[in-house]
Design a protein around this ligand. Structure first.
Ligand code: NAD
Ligand code: UDP
Length: 340
């Protein structure tokens, strides 16, 4: 049985991926410093899977602490989710973002070399495509000028990993560029649990749906799109999780090197369509008002999924209604998120 180290495994995407890995016969070890997640996640994972996953409360930038994880476990591969991810906060706190995201990656890759672990899956983002309007984005689309430090950390880490793979012919790296992960596990026991007022659409709608926030502001309805609001490629977090299992399988059946895959659905959904879908899921209106455009927003962003389908054998199966109903179930069961 292969053992996968999941850094950031207590977070939104990581926790769903832990379940998918377990369901596909992998042993999982989690390393997370809980900077943006709760210890309670480990109990929820136990409720869902019946398995108590090994969890280390460590900062991935702390080489001494993280080396214990490699020493005590025979790690076969790493999925590196650990990182800070709030776009707006990264503009206000660039040093914290560069330091945490780059150093945690460097520490992980150094320890992988020391402990002869050759397989890595990295959480990248569609944000590396920058402000291009040339949709859909294919893996060959040029990388753009990122609009914020968060995006640059993804851009830089992709480059770092390419350089590492060039220097070490035994290293296998899959870069997964996520589009917009949303939704929650069907149990309603885990989901996205942002601190404070959310910036992203789905967490915001969810909080309006349970009355924690009064109303959604739709950031602009004068875009050149069918209903005037922006289109995004929302992908169910459980589909995304399964994409990581495919990525590990891909590494095992291919030569070392770097491969990049988009993980999306290939379909754009507008803000108004997302609101309507959530209203169907929760059975009541989501109060909203049209506001000005949000600076830096692209009108349209969606993935070309051809490469993921052909090479990885990955295709998202859950639709926007599945995303909304799971999100609603999670939110209504846990209106204040998880508490420790
Ligand atoms: P999340 O914040 O829910 O999960 C990240 C986890 O990493 C958290 O549990 C946090 O406590 C942990 N962490 C952060 N820094 C750490 C460190 N130095 N050491 C140990 N643990 C640390 O975020 P998420 O949405 O699950 O995202 C996971 C990854 O996917 C991130 O790298 C993120 O940038 C990337 N990503 C997310 C999205 C998205 O929309 N959610 C889109 C593209 C890429
Ligand atoms: N959005 C909105 N109101 C909000 C949050 C987001 O209208 O309170 C819009 C945003 O302008 C964008 C879409 O919803 O068009 C998705 O935004 P999100 O931040 O979730 O994803 P991103 O734009 O980073 O892909």
């Amino acid at each position: 049985m292969q053992t996968v180290l999941v850094t950031g495994g207590m977070g939104f995407i990581g926790s769903h991926t832990v379940i998918a890995l377990h369901e596909n016969g992998y042993e999982v070890v989690i390393a997370d410093n809980l900077v943006n997640s709760k210890r309670e996640v480990i109990n929820r994972l136990y409720e869902i899977t019946g398995k108590r996953f090994k969890f280390y409360n460590v900062d991935c930038c702390d080489k001494v602490a993280l080396s214990e994880v490699f020493r005590e476990n025979k790690i076969d591969s790493v999925i590196h989710f650990a990182g800070l991810k709030a776009v707006g906060e990264s503009v206000a706190k660039p040093l914290e973002y560069y330091s945490n995201n780059i150093n945690s990656m460097l520490t992980v890759i150094e320890l992988m070399r020391e402990y002869e672990v050759h397989k890595l899956v990295f959480s990248s983002s569609a944000t590396v495509y920058g402000m291009s309007e040339d949709v859909p984005f294919t893996e060959e689309s040029p990388l753009g000028i990122c609009t914020n430090p968060y995006g640059w950390t993804k851009w830089m880490i992709e480059q770092i990993l390419r350089d590492c793979a060039k220097a070490d012919p035994s290293l296998s790296v899959v870069l997964l560029r996520y589009f917009n992960p949303v939704g929650a596990h069907e149990s309603g026991l885990i989901g996205e649990d942002p601190q404070g007022i959310p910036n992203n659409l789905f967490p915001y709608i969810s909080k309006v749906s349970v009355g924690t926030l009064e109303r959604l502001t739709i950031h602009g309805d004068d875009y050149d799109t069918p209903d005037g609001t922006c289109l995004r490629d929302y992908i169910h977090v459980c589909d995304l999780a399964e994409g990581h299992v495919k990525a590990l399988g891909f590494i095992d059946s291919n030569e070392p090197g770097v491969e990049v895959f988009n993980l999306g659905t290939g379909k754009g959904t507008s803000v108004k369509e997302a609101v309507a879908a959530f209203e169907r899921a929760c059975g009541h209106e989501i109060a909203n008002v049209i506001g000005p455009r949000r600076p830096g927003d692209l009108a349209v962003c969606y993935a070309s999924t051809d490469k993921a389908e052909k090479v990885l054998g990955f295709k998202a199966t859950r639709d926007i209604d599945d995303m909304c109903s799971s999100c609603w179930k999670w939110q209504v069961n846990n209106p204040n998120g998880l508490q420790d």
